[in-house]
Design a protein around this ligand. Structure first.
Ligand code: HEM
Length: 480
């Protein structure tokens, strides 16, 4: 077996006689894999401190080149723009549906362009977002009502916010609530949690491609099962809607929801399934995680909590229900969300893309088939880019125009370039509304010892979406 492994472990990128980006010694066969246990983003950040903003590391058979400064990120983006590249797709997610995929499209194909443009115009345009505001506001009101009934009890913020985000998207796509707020782990919620967990599990086949067919950990099979479980949740809805579509079309009625739009655009069931499951998995955990981190940071930083509550009191009052039209008047809230995304970007590593040709990046030779990555997490915590970077100080964003729209390379929580998150205007609207409602309506306490907030564990878990390692379990107390 050892001889077989040695023979098969031919490096995909040869470094002999070249000037590759600097990096640590890598062990035969395993490369630097054992050092990644604490989380690749932490390991890569430590490497950048030793080897500079563009460094390289071998993981299994692959060479990864990691950029950890705005300059390195800019150069990596330039390489993406001028060279043929393909997106790295986790082997567990390679189920033959790549041709229908938005997130996992390996290249920017015509179908990928069609999906992006449909999402941009129908879901994330100013008009689309305005028409959804009633859905978001109604669901956030339900969440607040639920918390009022749970006053004095311990609640799991992540689960509750996640359920609310699933229902918001459920109503936008299918005019339907898919999950209850009371908990439970079946149906769509269970499938999405499982997909998230599977995406977080390191897969040996990602580092040694010849294990792909064997699927030794069974991750590919489990991912496919979880996807099918999600599809089965809306299977009957699609069938039913298709059957009424012809009469609807004849009457010239407007689309009821995004499902109508997809049917009108001629999507097959497979295309509908793939796009919606990707919107649900890309758009729910990321939002829930950001709100959970923001609330944890505000609980830890009492002054920031007081400032945000005062802003809400002055602009809206304590009894008026917050709507999306209020949110533009809340600059400190906006700053708190940016500060949360700086310290806790849900996607700490960006752009896993491989270049198909060798190239020079920052005067280093980067061999073909290298995977290029931008370490957003490292840049958010770099003392040369941010003063006192490990402290939660929303004020820093009140004093600058730094934004997350892909122009400021030191702050890229939603990515940059062609594959930048198309859902960011939607995500931001949702996060602002939910966070404002949570802090306007409630004071938050830890179970057992209310003064213990400084001991709040802020450890994170690395995954497809990075989250708090321990869910935030807190007690809401109504402020009204
Ligand atoms: C806090 C919330 C969110 C964050 C931080 C976030 C971040 C990101 C990032 C970093 C990427 C990858 C960009 C790249 O590879 O360069 C991405 C892609 C994507 N996101 Fe988001 N996202 C969020 C919310 C959402 C929401 C709400 C949706 C939809 C409902 C969404 C849909 C997508 C899709 C479809 C892609 C793939 C785009 C492509 O590959 O062309 N995201 N997101």
């Amino acid at each position: 077996l050892i001889i077989y492994v040695c023979i098969r472990t031919k490096p995909t990128a040869s470094l002999h006689g070249q000037n590759p980006p600097p990096g640590p010694y890598s062990w035969p066969i395993i490369g630097n894999l054992p050092y990644m246990l604490k989380g690749p983003h932490i390991y890569f950040t430590n490497l950048a401190r030793s080897y500079g903003p563009l460094c390289s590391v071998k993981l299994g058979t692959h060479l990864f080149v990691i950029g950890s400064s705005p300059m390195a990120a800019t150069e990596i983006m330039r390489a993406h723009d001028r060279l043929p590249t393909y997106r790295w797709v986790p082997k567990a997610g390679q189920d033959g549906l790549q041709d229908y995929s938005l997130i996992w499209a390996t290249e920017c194909t015509d179908h990928w362009k069609l999906l992006r443009s449909l999402c941009r115009t129908e879901l994330f345009s100013a008009k689309g977002l305005d028409s959804q505001s009633v859905i978001r506001e109604k669901n956030v009101e339900k969440m607040v009502g639920f918390l009022k009934r749970k006053q004095g009890e311990v609640v799991n913020v992540r689960e509750l916010v996640f359920a609310t985000t699933v229902n918001i998207l459920g109503n936008i796509c299918f005019s339907k609530d898919f999950v209850g707020l009371e908990g439970g782990s079946g149906g769509l919620k269970g499938a999405l949690y499982r997909l998230m967990k599977l995406g977080t599990t390191p897969n040996i086949a990602d580092f040694y491609p010849w294990f792909e067919e064997l699927d030794p950990q069974g991750l590919k099979k489990k991912t496919s099962e979880a996807m099918n479980e999600a599809f089965s949740v809306w299977k009957d809805l699609i069938k039913e809607r298709r059957s009424i579509w012809e009469s609807k079309k004849a009457c010239g009625l407007d689309d009821l929801d995004f499902l109508d739009t997809m049917i009108r655009s001629g999507f097959s069931d497979l295309q509908i399934n793939q796009l919606t499951v990707e919107l649900f998995s890309g758009g729910t955990h990321s939002t829930a995680s950001t709100i959970e981190w923001a609330l944890a940071e505000l609980m830890k930083n009492k002054q920031a909590m007081i400032t945000i509550q005062n802003e809400l009191q002055n602009e809206i009052g304590s009894t008026t229900r917050i709507t999306e039209s209020h949110v533009s008047k809340l600059p400190y809230l906006h700053a708190c969300v940016k500060e949360t995304l700086r310290l806790h970007p849900p996607a700490p590593l960006l752009h896993p893309q491989a270049i198909l040709e060798g190239s020079k990046i920052m005067n280093y030779t980067v061999p073909k088939n290298s995977q290029l990555i931008i370490n957003v997490w490292a840049m958010g915590r770099d003392p040369s880019l941010w003063e006192d970077p490990l402290s939660f100080k929303p004020e820093r964003f009140c004093e600058t125009n730094v934004d997350f729209k892909g122009q400021d390379f030191k702050f890229l929580p939603f990515g940059v370039g062609r594959r930048m998150c198309p859902g960011y205007p939607y995500a931001i609207k949702q996060i602002h509304l939910m966070l404002a409602s949570l802090v306007q309506n409630f004071d938050w306490f830890l179970p057992n010892n209310m003064e213990d907030v400084f001991k709040l564990d802020m450890t994170e878990n690395f995954g497809i979406i990075s989250q708090r390692k321990k869910p935030l379990m807190v007690i809401p107390k109504c402020r009204c």
